[in-house]
Design a protein. Structure first.
Length: 153
């Protein structure tokens, strides 16, 4: 069963803060599918995710390298960007290894070419720009990932 939520965020800092909260709760093995147009906030989200996971490395979009890795003592975040990829080829094997590694968090931008490799239970976040310069994040995730979106009472 899929859980859904919508969250409206105003500006890049709000996106980073939201993602940082999720990053602090990562356990390893999570898979994120990020969907949105260029400039929608996907890489900004990853910046916050990495920061929240206590990884002190600069984050950049892997548009030209396909994959960037960010590593801490506890876990690794593999950040993929398949924007320039028309056929998955060998990269689908690499991604398959990543999503099955319990200490690796896989974050995939532009996942259309590798949808068949994604596990059924993953987190899907759609970034929808709003007229007031905010972003609406549409979250869809398996119940097992509820801990990522827990809010303090």
């Amino acid at each position: 069963m899929q859980e859904t939520k919508q969250i409206k965020l105003k500006g890049a800092n709000a996106t980073k803060d939201f993602a940082s909260g999720i990053g602090a709760r990562l356990r390893g093995g999570e898979v994120f599918e990020l969907i949105g147009d260029l400039g929608a906030g996907k890489t900004t989200f990853v910046i916050g995710l990495v920061k929240g996971a206590n990884i002190d490395e600069p984050v950049s979009s892997p548009s030209f390298t396909i994959r960037n890795d960010y590593v801490s003592k506890k876990l690794a975040i593999a950040h993929y960007d398949f924007f320039r990829l028309s056929k998955p080829g060998e990269l689908s094997e690499l991604l398959n290894e990543s999503v099955n590694e319990s200490s690796t968090v896989s974050v995939i931008e532009w996942p259309d070419t590798i949808k068949n490799v994604l596990p059924d239970k993953h987190v899907k976040i759609e970034f929808v720009p709003q007229a007031d310069d905010s972003r609406l994040l549409k979250l869809s995730y398996a119940k097992r990932y509820e801990y990522l979106f827990a809010t303090k009472a």
